[in-house]
Write a protein that binds this ligand. Structure first.
Ligand SMILES: Cc1cc2nc3c(=O)[nH]c(=O)nc-3n(C[C@H](O)[C@H](O)[C@H](O)COP(=O)(O)OP(=O)(O)OC[C@H]3O[C@@H](n4cnc5c(N)ncnc54)[C@H](O)[C@@H]3O)c2cc1C
Length: 483
């Protein structure tokens, strides 16, 4: 099983990652990424330690692999997989969205149905199976870019002002395809091993050049990753910014400057229908999003813990309106967790014997996520008041002779020394108010599609026909009174 050291070593390639107009050089050593790389390395070390129960013998390779990458073939295996995902999520309290298990779950979904990728004259199912085996063997960290750049959302790729604004295939050679254009927002792309490149947004006939799925190494020649402003650099300490300094995965616009992709890394080629259906005809979307909801469960639980601690510290725990807020927050957290468990308990075995999380419950949680998370953040803010700002500018005030006494005297709570109080409120601010916190808020609202898209999933997977049938039966059970 891959260790943290092996992960760090794998990042020493020629990847082109840009910050402030310049290439960053080795990402593991760069201040923007050092913290998150260490966090991911610690996840790999945790998984590699047999004592943590994260390994199983994968039937596809006959070798040990991380359970988070498992293709679940029973409700029990779905549970086993979820417990491993939860164990990783608890290490970061759900604050690393795209840990390797996210896209790894999509790949497991693809690989559970390789025949789906066998198009006429293009038997690509074997490419999917081979890459999945590589993921199992090497515990690969794959990120993805499956959304076109935000340029003009009223059109699909073929109708944009220029060709190849969205990443597409310029030409093919005997050995593979040449890709040009961009895709938006690869979370973790800068620190991953591979990018999965595809398009989940519906395309139309005529968009074939853009209807592809392939994997590409993060260090591939011609691939450029433009990161948004990083949050770790310039932060005074982990004590002051415990999340920004260690959990900032980065998000990057991926630009393909005629990148060569060998055929063996191509899963779908110039196929509008297949590129869309790959997510839903296979269990990829449900397995990937069950991972995401398991991660969110850990985050909601963490938020509950924070809220309770704030209330205890400020001695407001017994105030009825505070209890009401804590009750609302715990209800939201329990709903997310309950939907994950329900999706698992009511899983459906598909025709390949793969246990798919129940779509009604999974998408039910996703449909409300853009409201649940902002509400939970709102409760944390409300309980915190100005406490998140009645903190010193950095840890230095706790250490300097001229300031330490004032900190100890005035920044405290009954039985709680200044250091402990400041530590808690700095953590809360990093979650609700820092740039890291703001980005996470946006992440939870958009990572699985805009809110109207997520609600669309909930609508399509609820089972409305049955509810309408029941209403119709009821309406048919009585009539207009006779004169
Ligand atoms: C922090 C973060 C991380 C992300 N990480 C990844 C990643 O790792 N990989 C990846 O591929 N993507 C990633 N994304 C991108 C994400 O998938 C998109 O944000 C999402 O699909 C929505 O697309 P958009 O942001 O362009 O919003 P848009 O599609 O432009 O939507 C913005 C708003 O416009 C309105 N709107 C637009 N179109 C319509 C319409 N047809 N009907 C009704 N209303 C409409 C809605 O109000 C909508 O909320 C990430 C996004 C964020 C914010």
């Amino acid at each position: 099983m891959r260790t943290g050291h092996q992960y760090r070593e794998a990042l020493l390639d020629e990847r082109r990652v840009y910050i402030d107009g310049k290439r960053t050089g080795p990402v593991a050593a760069h201040p923007a990424f050092r913290g998150i790389v260490e966090t991911l390395a610690s996840l790999y070390d945790f998984a590699a330690d047999p004592q943590n129960g994260m390994t199983y013998t994968a039937p596809e390779t006959g070798a040990f692999a991380n359970k988070v990458f498992m293709i679940p073939r029973s409700a029990q295996e779905l549970k086993t997989r979820r417990e491993a995902i939860a164990a990783w999520a608890r290490k970061t309290h759900g604050l690393v969205g795209r840990s390797p298990d996210h896209v790894g779950s999509f790949l497991a979904g693809f690989a559970s149905d390789p025949a789906f990728f066998d198009a006429p004259g293009r038997p690509f199912g074997k490419h999917v199976s081979a890459f999945y085996k590589k993921t199992l063997e090497q515990s690969l960290y794959v990120s993805y870019v499956i959304i076109p750049p935000q340029i003009d959302r009223s059109k699909t790729a073929q109708s944009l002002e220029e060709k190849f604004l969205q990443a597409g295939v310029v030409r093919e050679t005997d050995g593979g395809i040449i890709v040009r254009g961009a895709q938006m927002l690869g979370t973790g792309a800068a620190i991953s091993d591979y990018l999965l490149v595809s398009c989940i947004v519906p395309l139309k006939p005529g968009d074939e050049e853009y209807a592809n799925t392939f994997v590409v190494p993060a260090g591939a020649k011609g691939l450029k990753l433009y990161c948004r402003p990083p949050y770790a650099p310039g932060k005074s300490s982990v004590f002051d910014y415990p999340l920004s300094t260690r959990f900032d995965e980065s998000d990057a616009l991926a630009v393909f400057e005629d990148v060569f992709v060998p055929w063996e890394d191509v899963f779908v080629y110039r196929d509008v229908e297949r590129v869309r259906n790959q997510f839903f005809a296979t269990p990829a979307h449900t397995l990937g999003n069950a991972q995401a909801q398991t991660r969110l469960t850990a985050k909601m639980q963490f938020m509950c813990g924070l809220a309770r601690k704030i209330a205890a510290m400020n001695q407001i725990e017994a105030v009825p309106s505070v209890i009401e807020k804590l009750g609302e927050l715990s209800s939201l957290a329990a709903m997310v967790e309950g939907m994950v468990v329900a999706a698992e308990a009511a899983c459906v075995l598909d025709k390949h014997g793969v246990a798919r999380p129940n779509a009604r419950f999974l998408y039910g949680a996703m449909g409300l996520q853009s409201e649940i998370v902002p509400r939970a953040l709102g409760i944390l803010r409300e309980l915190s008041g100005g406490g998140v700002l009645q903190v010193p500018s950095s840890y230095h005030e706790l250490l300097e002779d001229e300031t330490a006494a004032d900190m100890r005297r005035y920044v405290r709570s009954p039985g709680v020394p200044a250091e402990e109080r400041i530590k808690l409120f700095r953590l809360v601010w990093d979650l609700v108010g820092s740039e890291f916190g703001g980005r996470h808020h946006q992440y939870e609202m958009f990572y699985a599609g805009a809110p109207y898209v997520a609600k669309g999933y909930a609508y399509r997977n609820y089972g409305y026909d049955e509810t309408v049938k029941r209403v119709n039966e009821f309406l048919a059970s009585y009539e207009l009174p006779k004169m």
